[in-house]
Ligand binder design. Sequence first.
Ligand SMILES: [Zn+2]
Length: 113
Amino acid sequence: MNEMMRRRGPAIEPHEIVQEGAAGLRVKWGDGRVCGYGAAALRRVCPCARCVNEMTGQRMLDPKTVPDDLAIESVDIVGRYALTFRWSDGHQTGIYSFRLLRELCEQNEESRS
Ligand SMILES: [Zn+2]
């Protein structure tokens, strides 16, 4: 079974989404994995059309313009597949699919080890 196959089903279905403090988010996935996210890190990978050029995939957002103390003002579920955030800098157009969130979590863990 390849990577893509394993990332379908419970692995990208959140069972629990909890905002922790002003800038933290914790997601418990259907396969039991728990992932923690920080607001600034999530904002820096915002996938919206203002932050990423849709044609080229080039990141337009300079990560240095995102303050480390960025906060989450609100988080909402989009349909059955994604989360959307309103950040303390007023930005709110990013839609973070569960698949993207799961991949971010696994990338973090790989870079840590
Ligand atoms: Zn954006």
